[in-house]
Ligand binder design. Structure first.
Ligand code: ZN
Ligand code: ZN
Length: 342
């Protein structure tokens, strides 16, 4: 089968073609696993974190990609729920131990044995992949494979961030960074919490315009102060300056939720601008979002149908994965990028 393989950690700015198109053996499903014929795979900023070594795969080569949609081609032994022909999606969660205290309370995203799709196991930048049956999520009929792909990470992790932001109808929410995940959070808020005013901070004028089109009441540069103090802010940027700026924009008792698997080091010195009185006093808090649990994915897919949440997508072929990643690196983003595979 055709696959895009990562075999060396490198900087994408210096090496714009980090993935190599390669013919590899089609995987065989083990006990409890299903083999999926992939139709689409979303492109996520986390792929850049893997390629550039901020969250490196434990073994190379690996096939990246963790927003996978397709149909079950074949089932391994002891698969009970799914059968050939079922439409399924795979998210960042590939597996967890199932028996630790975190797994037992449904927080398997915090399991010490958490394995990520496309990092700890081969993912969806390929024609086929295998996954444990319990982490192949049934896709709603009303959403196409291309549209469902970005819902599986950008959407599900956005949903988890919004839950952790703990925002109530009538309060004010900020979004700093406006890529795939943030644009889906804005759509969710517009439907589920119609009296929440959303304020967007984004570097590119195009992203700011897009945010206003989707219903943000205000959009400014990452540097700007919002016209009002905000009850919660969700940060989806890879940088540190937006963290410091967001803390200043928070209202007393406000919470910043950082939805990024890793931060880049380029502007880490900016943290020295953190001033206790201006940025942390008044019981402001910071919380990270770690991975995604199975229930985030299934609950969000249900919400996406109820709220008719459709991502804005740009499609690429499997062989164009490097171009999609390079454009993401250089902030050419409107909505979500998806590889159309079959
Ligand atoms: Zn992702
Ligand atoms: Zn566990």
């Amino acid at each position: 089968m055709k696959a895009m393989l990562l075999d060396t950690i490198c900087n994408v700015a210096e090496n714009p073609e980090p993935l190599a198109p390669t013919d590899v053996d089609r995987p065989v499903p083990s006990d409890g696993e299903v083999l999926i014929k992939i139709s689409a795979c979303g492109v996520c900023h986390t792929e850049l974190d893997e390629i550039e070594g901020r969250t490196p795969p434990p073994k190379l080569p690996v096939i990246p990609g963790h927003q996978v949609t397709g149909t079950v081609e074949k089932t391994g032994k002891r698969v009970s729920k799914l059968k050939a022909g079922d439409r399924v999606g795979v998210a960042w969660i590939f597996s967890a131990c199932g028996s630790c205290s975190m797994c037992l309370k449904g927080d398997e995203n915090l399991c010490p044995g958490f394995m990520a799709t496309g990092r700890d196991a081969d993912g969806g930048y390929a024609e086929y992949m295998t996954v444990p049956e319990s982490y192949a999520f049934t896709l709603p009929d009303s959403v196409s494979d291309i549209e469902a792909a970005p819902l599986l990470c950008a959407g599900a992790i956005g949903y988890r961030s919004l839950r952790l932001a703990d925002i109530e109808n009538g309060q004010r929410l900020g979004l700093t960074g406006f890529g795939a995940s943030a644009h889906l959070v804005l759509k969710m808020v517009r439907h589920e919490l119609p009296d929440v005013d959303v304020f967007v901070f984004a570097r590119s004028p195009g992203q700011r315009e897009f945010a206003v089109e989707l219903g943000a009441v205000w959009a400014g540069d990452t540097d700007e102060d919002a016209p009002e103090r905000l009850d919660s802010i969700i940060d989806t940027t890879p940088a540190w300056k937006p963290v410091v700026k967001a803390m200043k924009n928070l209202a007393p008792g406000g919470r910043l939720v950082i939805n990024a698997i890793r931060k880049e080091d380029a502007d880490r010195d900016y943290l020295l601008n953190l001033n206790y009185e201006k940025h942390l006093w008044d019981e402001k808090e910071i919380k990270s979002v770690a991975n995604v649990a199975g229930r985030d994915v299934s609950e969000f897919l249900g919400l996406a149908v109820r709220a008719n949440i459709r991502p804005e997508v740009e499609t690429y072929s499997l062989e164009e994965a490097n171009r999609a990643l390079y454009e993401m690196k250089t902030s050419k983003i409107r909505g979500a990028k998806v590889l159309k595979i079959s």
